[in-house]
Design a protein around this ligand. Structure first.
Ligand code: PLP
Ligand code: COI
Length: 341
């Protein structure tokens, strides 16, 4: 398979239209047979549910080229399941797992030339999404929906790559108790744009959000979960009903336990505890593992002992194991890899 002539190593995290995407419509109570299209634009009613009341949710996953040229995806069944959870909370029709996986396979196969080569450091980011396309004017669920899935080759999410970043504690809240923090609703990201812009203007890569109810516990950032390493080598990660159940975080918990024999604690993490951790990182599909060197808050600053120069030893190990599993260099746990071609 001849790959596209793209400078893979200079890719950032941006959108580059590829040749095909998958599109399916839900109307009259059922999904029509979806399929590939080369049309990269979408035409919908001016009164569509997504445009009026933000009835939309999405997923993010990646595909990789292995050394032998095969192309795989990492745990896409969990993305299908999470999209179903998001759809239920937003009163949208669920995309059956089989249909989700068919859309993934067909789109990635049709764009195989865009899946970055093994060893390039870049990956194919896959963006499945679901939105209300039919008209609503009273507040109500839309009468029809579109499920679409496109892909785009990407490099690192943060400009710094694997270099530690600086983040700050946001004055704004990300998710209300019993709100929508646990699903991947577009509205969660719309409301994070303003606090995100404030943070960027002050020179921070991301915001740390505290729990909205007490503002004493660490939740997550705008686009990733947290992981922490204690002085005695334990992995700690926040447990909360108002954060997104990150597939990367769930995978890292398993990798830490089973591959590195680390003790893992999934529990509420008080902001006060942060200065006791020796390594702090963000994890997510886009972020992979991004180390954090400094966390600023109103009236102070936490300098993480692993510093601003490079990723710490434990997060470094976890990162290379995870990316090794994704790139085919490490043996994957049963069921984690979907071979696409
Ligand atoms: N938290 C938020 C708010 C996110 O947007 C993401 C990205 O998907 C994550 C966490 C990480 O989730 P995952 O590892 O499933 O990509
Ligand atoms: C992902 O990691 O897939 C995400 O959706 C994060 C997003 C903020 C780019």
């Amino acid at each position: 398979m001849e790959k596209k002539n793209i400078d893979w190593s200079s890719l950032g995290f941006g959108y580059m239209p590829t040749d095909f995407r998958y599109n399916a419509e839900w109307k009259d109570g059922k999904w029509e047979k979806g399929g590939l299209t080369s049309e990269s634009t979408v035409t919908i009613s001016e009164c569509a549910g997504v445009l009026q009341y933000a009835q939309t949710c999405f997923e993010g996953l990646k595909a990789y080229t292995w050394k032998d040229g095969s192309i795989v995806a990492f745990r896409p069944d969990l993305n299908a399941e999470r999209l179903q959870n998001s759809a239920r909370r937003l009163l949208m029709p669920e995309v059956p797992t089989e249909m989700f996986l068919e859309a993934l396979d067909e789109t990635v196969r049709a764009n195989a030339a865009y899946v970055p080569p093994y060893g390039s450091g870049a990956t194919l980011y896959v963006r499945p999404f679901l939105f209300g396309s039919g008209p609503v004017i009273g507040v109500a669920p839309a009468p029809s929906y579109i499920f679409r899935l496109f892909c785009t080759p990407v490099g690192p999410y943060f400009k710094a790559g694997v270099k530690p970043i600086k983040i700050c504690v946001s004055d704004f809240d990300r998710a209300a108790p019993k709100g929508t923090g646990h699903i991947k609703a577009g509205l969660n990201y719309a409301m994070s744009l303003y606090p995100g812009d404030l943070a960027h203007k002050k020179g921070y890569s991301e915001n740390l959000y505290l729990d909205a109810k007490t503002r004493t516990h660490v939740e997550e950032t705008g686009g990733a979960n947290f992981i922490f390493v204690t002085k005695d080598g334990k992995l700690v990660t926040p447990k909360s009903d108002t954060i997104l159940p990150s597939i990367t975080r769930r995978s890292l918990v398993a990798v830490a336990k089973d591959y590195l024999k680390m003790e893992v604690e999934e529990r509420p993490v008080a902001f006060e505890e942060l200065s006791s951790f020796v390594e702090i990182g963000l994890c997510g599909t886009a972020a992979v593992i991004s180390p954090i060197g400094q966390i600023d808050y109103d009236g102070g600053s936490i300098n993480v002992p692993s510093g601003m120069a490079e990723i710490g030893p434990m997060l470094g190990k976890l990162r290379s194991l995870l990316t090794g599993i994704q790139n085919g260099d490490e043996k994957a746990p049963e069921g984690w890899i979907r071979k696409i071609m």
